[in-house]
Design a protein around this ligand. Structure first.
Ligand SMILES: [Zn+2]
Length: 422
C-alpha cells in the first residue's frame, strides 16, 4: 500500500482492519512511501499516530474536492450520472430528455394538484412508464423526484453530508450550512410555483404520516409468498403492500389481522408447551456453554498476563509468538461470549410470550421476534399457505427451521385454510 492515509478513514476502522489482517488473515501490510510494516511491533504505534494525522489530511482533501466541484458546477457542468429527465451529452453537459421530462412534469402537476402518491405510482406502473432506476415506480422514487431542485433549474450540491454511523453502521444524512447553488435555467422542467407547491404538500404529508404510520406486532415478520416483501397492516387486515400500493404483486390476500396474530401466539404457546422439556434442555445447554466460555476467557487472560511479564523480563521470538496466539484466542472467546449473551433466555422469553397480547405493538414485536424469524403467506386456488420459521432453540428442537402449523407438528409446513370471503 502506498500510504497510511489509504487504509482507513478513522481510528475505529483502522483498529478493526489492523486486527483483521494481523489475526485473521495473518498478512502484514506494508506502507511503501513511509517504510512502515504492521508486522513490526515498533511500527504499529507510528501507524496509529499517522492515522490521526491522516484523518485531518482526508478532511483537507474533502474540502479541496468540494472547492473543485464548486468550480465545475459554477461552469454549469454536472458531476454525476444524469438524473431522471436528462441525458449527458459530452463531459458533464446535461440536456433535457423530452420523454422523461414529460413524466416529471406530469408527476409534479398531479401531486401538486392533490392526487395521492399511491394512485400516481399505480397509474405509472399500469401504463408501463419506464422508472428511473428500479424495476417499478414506488412512492420513494416519486418523492425523490419531487425534492430534486434541478427540475426548477438549480444545481444544488452539498446540501447534506453523508456518513456512516460507527455504532449502528447505518448511513446518516446531516444538513449542511452552505450548499453550492448555481442557476441553470436551460435545464428547468417545471415552474417554480408548481415545484414549491408539490414540496409544500410533501412536507405536510411527511409530518402527518410520521404520526399515523404505526408499529404493529407483526411488523417485518410476515412476508408475502408471492413477491417476498413484508406484508403490512391496512386497518384490521394484513395485506401485501406491493399489491395494494403499486399493483406490482399479484397476491390479493387480506387476512384478519387480529385473528392471525392471536392464532400465531396461541400456536407458539401450544408448541412450546408440548415440547417444553426438549426446549428447556437445549436452552440449558446454551447457558452452560456460555458459562464455559467465560471461565475459559478468565483463564486465558491470566495466562497472557504471565507471558507478558516473562516477555518484559526476557524477550524472545518464541514468547512473542505465544503472546500473539493467546491474544488471538482471547479475541475469539470474547466474540463468542458476546454472541451468547444475546442468545435466548428461555424462561424470560416464555413469561413474555404469556403476556404478549396485552403489550403495546413495539414490545409485542420484540417478543415475537425472539420466537419467529418469519412467517410466509401465499395463496393458491383459494387456499392459504402459511409457513413459520422459528428461531433457536425452538427450531433446534424440531431439527428443521420450518415448523408446521395446526398443532405445529414438526416438519410439516403449511396451514391450509379456506380463504374467508371478506
Ligand atoms: Zn406481494
Amino acid at each position: 500500500m502506498e500510504h497510511t492515509s489509504r487504509l482507513a478513514r478513522d481510528g475505529l476502522e483502522l483498529r478493526r482492519l489492523l486486527n483483521e489482517f494481523r489475526f485473521v488473515y495473518r498478512i502484514p501490510i506494508i506502507f511503501v512511501s513511509q517504510n512502515l510494516r504492521t508486522d513490526r511491533e515498533q511500527d504499529l504505534a507510528i501507524i496509529k499516530l499517522f492515522n490521526i494525522v491522516d484523518e485531518q489530511y482526508v478532511e483537507a482533501i474533502r474540502i479541496a474536492t468540494r472547492r473543485g466541484l464548486e468550480g465545475v458546477l459554477k461552469e454549469g457542468r454536472w458531476v454525476s450520472v444524469a438524473p431522471y429527465g436528462y441525458r449527458l451529452v459530452g463531459k458533464g453537459v446535461l440536456e433535457i430528455n423530452e420523454e422523461e421530462a414529460r413524466v416529471v412534469k406530469e408527476i409534479f402537476e398531479r401531486y401538486a394538484n392533490g392526487e395521492g402518491m399511491r394512485s400516481i405510482v399505480y397509474d405509472l406502473n399500469r401504463r408501463g412508464v419506464k422508472p428511473p432506476k428500479a424495476k417499478t415506480w414506488s412512492q420513494s422514487s416519486i418523492s425523490n423526484i419531487i425534492q430534486r431542485e434541478l427540475y426548477k433549474g438549480l444545481f444544488v450540491w452539498g446540501k447534506y453530508k453523508y456518513f456512516v454511523d460507527p455504532i449502528t453502521g447505518r448511513k446518516k444524512k446531516v444538513p449542511q450550512d452552505n450548499p453550492v447553488v448555481v442557476p441553470v435555467p436551460h435545464l428547468k422542467i417545471v415552474d417554480e410555483h408548481i415545484w414549491e407547491k408539490a414540496n409544500q404538500r410533501l412536507r405536510e404529508q411527511r409530518r402527518t404520516t410520521k404520526r399515523v404510520r404505526k408499529m404493529h406486532p407483526l411488523y417485518q415478520i410476515v412476508r408475502c409468498g408471492h413477491c417476498g416483501d413484508f406484508m403490512g397492516r391496512d386497518g384490521n387486515k394484513l395485506t401485501c403492500l406491493n399489491y395494494r400500493n403499486k399493483k406490482t404483486c399479484d397476491n390479493p390476500i387480506r387476512l384478519d389481522y387480529q385473528f392471525l396474530y392471536k392464532w400465531l401466539v396461541g400456536n407458539l404457546k401450544q408448541y412450546i408447551l408440548l415440547n417444553r422439556e426438549k426446549i428447556e434442555k437445549i436452552a440449558r445447554n446454551l447457558k452452560a456453554k456460555d458459562k464455559g466460555y467465560k471461565e475459559e476467557l478468565t483463564r486465558m487472560k491470566a495466562k497472557l498476563e504471565n507471558l507478558m511479564e516473562l516477555y518484559a523480563e526476557r524477550p524472545s521470538p518464541y514468547l512473542k509468538e505465544k503472546i500473539r496466539e493467546y491474544e488471538l484466542k482471547i479475541e475469539k472467546l470474547e466474540e463468542l461470549c458476546k454472541r451468547q449473551e444475546a442468545e435466548f433466555d428461555f424462561d424470560k422469553a416464555l413469561r413474555n410470550l404469556e403476556k404478549v397480547l396485552r403489550l403495546d405493538a413495539t414490545e409485542a414485536n420484540k417478543i415475537l421476534r425472539m420466537f419467529v424469524n418469519e412467517v410466509v403467506i401465499s395463496e393458491k386456488h383459494g387456499i392459504i399457505d402459511l409457513r413459520i420459521k422459528t428461531t433457536a432453540p425452538l427450531s433446534t428442537v424440531v431439527g428443521v427451521k420450518e415448523m408446521g402449523c395446526p398443532g405445529l407438528e414438526p416438519g410439516t409446513c403449511g396451514l391450509r385454510v379456506r380463504r374467508s370471503a371478506d
